[in-house]
Write a protein that binds this ligand. Structure first.
Ligand SMILES: NC(=O)c1ccc[n+]([C@@H]2O[C@H](COP(=O)([O-])OP(=O)(O)OC[C@H]3O[C@@H](n4cnc5c(N)ncnc54)[C@H](O)[C@@H]3O)[C@@H](O)[C@H]2O)c1
Length: 283
């Protein structure tokens, strides 16, 4: 258990991400609060408020984890600007950039992204992304709080769509779908290449270290030959659109690339916890 971190932090939105974020911060942040506009069940470890103005009173940091809708987020941010103009706001959006979220020049100095990964209490990584206008103090305050809870923080030097992790993931997914569409291997076998080969190795050493270990002379030849043959189009997005139109949404609809039973989400959570050596602590 990490040492107590004296701060007032409010998590707004108790959905998939907000709940995980509360679990990640509880026990460390001394005054942890939560608010959701819907009557969702409480997440233990945070003081739940029914009124946003009460919840936000005197907070140092607000973590915005509401629905991925720009107008809903901006309406909330405009309201917060009126009631707690001094609070730092960290949004966990996967889509919007900090410069496009802030609703006033003053808020632009105190708003940044803290992009968690689902399950947020299990995956250590948080990408922190300031806008050009974000005050350095605001960024450092959020990073200190996250590190106090044991998070692995990567601070991006500038805004970019998808940040680092989702860009790397999308590049890999495009090639995986290309290989599947060409009949080189099934989705299951491509996933096995990741889960029993590349993935565990990447958990020990990232791609730059893997290249250094293998020898850059070797990698120069590999890249020269392979890169021109890699997928570079947009077909993978069309293919996923077609699955969505057919109602194949993945685990939530029972079928995506594969069929899934009702325990699939729970098995996934356990598998991810196992991969990170996480201990279940629902107390
Ligand atoms: N789901 C993921 O894997 C994932 C990963 C990283 C980041 N994110 C980002 O996290 C954010 C939340 O995503 P999620 O998957 O948890 O969504 P979700 O739909 O599971 O939860 C959203 C919650 O916000 C509440 N809410 C909506 N509008 C509100 C408002 N105005 N005030 C207070 N509460 C409000 C809803 O009642 C709901 O409980 C999004 O910005 C998303 O891009 C999601």
């Amino acid at each position: 258990m990490s040492a107590p971190y004296p701060a007032s932090v409010l998590v707004i939105g108790l959905g998939t991400m907000g709940r995980g974020i509360v679990r990640a911060l509880r026990g460390t942040v001394t005054d942890l609060r939560s608010f959701d506009e819907a009557p969702v069940t409480d997440e233990p470890g945070a003081r739940r408020y029914n009124d946003l103005a009460d919840a936000a009173r005197g907070v140092d940091i607000i973590i915005e984890a509401i629905v991925e809708d720009l107008s809903a987020k901006r309406t909330l941010l405009r309201y917060l600007e009126g009631i707690v103009p001094e609070a730092i706001i960290a949004s966990t959006t996967s889509t919007f950039l900090p410069s496009g979220l802030a609703t006033s020049p003053a808020q632009r100095r105190r708003l940044l992204l803290a992009h968690f990964f689902n399950p947020a209490d299990v995956v250590p990584l948080v990408e922190v992304v300031p806008a050009e206008s974000t005050d350095r103090d605001a960024v450092e305050t959020v990073i200190r709080m996250l590190r106090a809870t044991g998070k692995s923080v990567v601070r991006l030097q500038r805004e970019v769509d998808g940040l680092v992790a989702n860009r790397l993931q999308a590049a890999l997914i495009r090639e995986a779908m290309h290989l599947r569409a060409r009949g080189v291997a099934s989705a299951e076998d491509i996933d096995r290449v990741l889960t029993t080969g590349l993935g565990p190795r990447w958990s020990a050493a990232g791609c730059f270290e893997v290249m250094d270990q293998g020898g850059l002379d070797v990698w120069a030849r590999v890249l020269r030959r392979l890169v021109p043959d890699l997928a570079s189009g947009h077909e993978c997005a069309d293919e996923v659109d077609e699955l969505v139109l057919r109602g194949q949404l993945g685990v939530k609809s029972g079928r995506g690339f594969a069929s899934h039973d009702s325990d699939a989400a729970e098995r996934y959570r356990h598998a991810v916890e196992g991969a990170f050596g996480a201990r279940r602590d629902d107390s």
